[in-house]
Design a protein around this ligand. Structure first.
Ligand code: PEP
Ligand code: MG
Length: 582
């Protein structure tokens, strides 16, 4: 029996998972050239035919599953790949060359696919250029089937797996199936990286930032992920397994104790209602939001609509999703954030030295008016539902919001001239997530209906600490006095201009932060759905004067550690046995 080993990382998504390690690697398939005797040429072409048919069956099943889970046609991006498998021209070319050159099917197929991809990449048409990635995806899938290899896409991971990866891209993480994947461990990433956000959204226990994980863990070995303590255990001993069985029971008990809070209104003990809403990345998550008692969607991260398909989603596709979400959440509000592409949500071949300081979010949209207008039209059309609000990410200058408002006005005029219905009084807000926006928030407040503070980026940019870099994750702390003082400044500026101020970064999901944020005056807190019941539990035992006193105290400290110690002490006074929640 191999010895138990503990690997330390960063706890990013709560819960315990015990399962089989599945190493998720995105290495290219290696193909070798082999001569084939004439008598076996027919067999070779048949082998290829079978691999193509198998690939098609796999893709159709994946497409079906994604559509069933999301309730919408999110898996259309696979249509292009399925069509490529039916391409008669490719099939004819491969067959001809196998027979003529007397070489193995994988070698010829790989060559034909490479030529095809090369030709497409030289096309001036963006649509054809975007198909290059599809060609490679589908081509590698056929090659793996030909070679009898397992697939390395996240959508193929078998039931009962704990995913072991170096990193998982946002588009791949959006395809994770929580029914198959019990836990996630990766070498890269931190608490607010997108793998962290997605695993929390899907309620998959996860530990990131584990050094040399890929070289240490072997495929198929038994592992435990402890998403509360941030550790991965290889070859757990029987004692350890029993310990985690008990811990899982406790986890279940805590969840049961929190269940009543799903239904209770988010009111302080002295009767102040604080809006508690949910952050979602996928349409289907609205069910989690409702289950945990969210009073609306405080942040719909629409970029996942873009990242889970290839190419730009059309106005109609976007409208269908926004409209369906608005209808299912009625009468609660739905805040749709325009695309926050760039940063770590990489979407183009354009490489930057500092993507987080580069062509990201609103900067991309303002540079590509056509792309921006499509999304604005789709959101405005969905606003006939009245509960839709629109929000713009990564604002760093006053000029940006002036330009946005001008563009929005023009789009509204165009819709009106077409006699297309929309809510002309739709609320417009911005995310305050750069220090510059926070520092000029009193001017920005004159131009919008609300602010939502993005504490993830606000922390990253204020402290100069990359939110996804595990090497410096100790420095990333949203309780840093610089961050909480900026939050106070933004909240005061918003209130001075009579607009409401929310916070939708991960700080809102931290139970320690609840009294602090309420005391600072925030009107709304938006968080991952599972964090809503504990937030309500804390909220309902506090009074506004309690929170204001706590916030006042917290603003005076010199370090994040001092702030956290103080908050812990204060919360303990109210809840002597809160440890399981904190
Ligand atoms: C934030 O930055 O706090 C935020 C909520 O946006 P995202 O995490 O999508 O960047
Ligand atoms: Mg952000």
């Amino acid at each position: 029996m191999p010895k138990e080993r503990i690997l330390k990382g960063i706890a990013v998504s709560k819960g315990i998972a015990r399962g089989t390690a599945f190493k998720y690697e995105t290495k290219k398939v290696e193909v070798f050239q082999t001569p084939i005797l004439s008598v076996y040429l027919h067999e070779e072409t048949e082998r290829l035919k079978k691999a193509v048919a198998k690939t098609k069956r796999e893709l159709i099943n994946i497409q079906k599953r994604i559509n069933e889970e999301t309730g919408e046609d999110f898996a259309q991006f696979l249509d292009a790949q399925i069509m490529m498998l039916d391409d008669k021209e490719i099939a004819r070319k491969v067959k001809e060359r196998i027979v003529k050159e007397k070489k193995n099917a994988e070698y010829i197929y790989n060559q034909v696919i490479s030529d095809y991809a090369e030709k497409l990449s030289q096309s001036k048409d963006q649509y054809f250029q975007e198909r290059v990635a599809d060609i490679w995806d589908v081509g590698m899938r056929v090659l793996r089937n030909l070679l009898g290899l397992t697939h390395s896409s996240i959508i193929d991971i078998p039931v009962g797996s704990v995913v072991i990866a170096h990193d998982i891209s946002p588009s791949e993480s959006a395809l994770m199936n929580p029914e198959n994947i019990l836990g996630v461990a990766a070498e890269a990433g931190g608490r607010t990286s997108h793998t962290a956000i997605t695993t929390r959204a899907l309620e998959i226990p996860a530990v990131l930032g584990i050094k040399n994980l890929m070289s240490k863990v072997k495929n198929g070995e038994s592992v435990i992920i402890d998403g509360d303590r941030g550790i991965l255990i290889r070859h757990p001993s029987s004692g350890r397994i029993n310990y985690y069985k008990t811990a899982k029971k406790k986890e279940k008990k805590l969840a049961e104790a929190l269940t009543p809070y799903c239904e209770l209104p988010p009111k302080t003990r002295d009767g102040r209602h604080i809006d508690i809403s949910a952050n979602i990345e996928f349409f289907s998550e609205y069910t989690h939001a409702l289950k945990y008692g969210a009073e609306g969607i405080g942040l719909f991260r629409t970029e996942f609509l873009y990242l889970t398909r290839r190419g730009n989603p059309t106005e109609e596709e976007q409208y269908r999703v926004y409209n369906a979400l608005a209808q299912r959440m009625k009468p609660h509000a739905v805040i749709i954030r325009t695309f926050d592409l760039g940063g770590d949500k990489i979407f183009s071949e354009y490489h930057e030295a500092n993507p987080f300081l580069g062509w990201r979010a609103i900067r991309v949209c303002l540079d590509d008016p056509e792309f921006f207008n499509i999304q604005l039209r789709a959101i405005l059309r969905a606003s006939v539902n009245k509960n839709v609000k629109i929000m713009f990410p990564m604002i760093s200058t006053y000029e940006e919001i002036r330009r946005i408002n001008l563009i929005l006005r023009k789009v509204k005029q165009k819709l009106a001239s077409e006699k297309t219905a929309f809510n002309k009084d739709i609320q417009v807000g911005i995310m305050v997530e750069t220090p510059s926006a926070a520092l000029v928030s009193r001017h920005l407040a004159q131009e919008v209906d609300f602010f939502s503070i993005g504490s993830n980026d606000l922390t990253q940019y204020t402290l100069g600490v990359d939110r996804g870099n595990e090497k410096i994750s100790k420095l990333f702390d949203h309780f840093h006095p610089a961050v909480i003082n900026l939050i106070k400044q933004v909240t005061d500026a918003g209130h001075h201009a009579h607009i409401w101020v929310g916070l939708c970064g991960e700080l809102a999901a931290d139970p320690l932060a609840i009294p602090l944020l309420i005391g600072l005056g925030l009107d709304e807190l938006s968080m991952n759905p599972a964090s809503i019941p504990p937030a309500k539990m804390i909220l309902r035992t506090l009074t506004i004067p309690d929170c204001e006193k706590i916030a006042q105290g917290a603003l005076d400290f010199r370090t994040a550690l001092e702030v956290k110690r103080f908050l812990r002490r204060e919360i303990h006074k109210k809840f002597p046995d809160i440890e399981g929640v904190l």
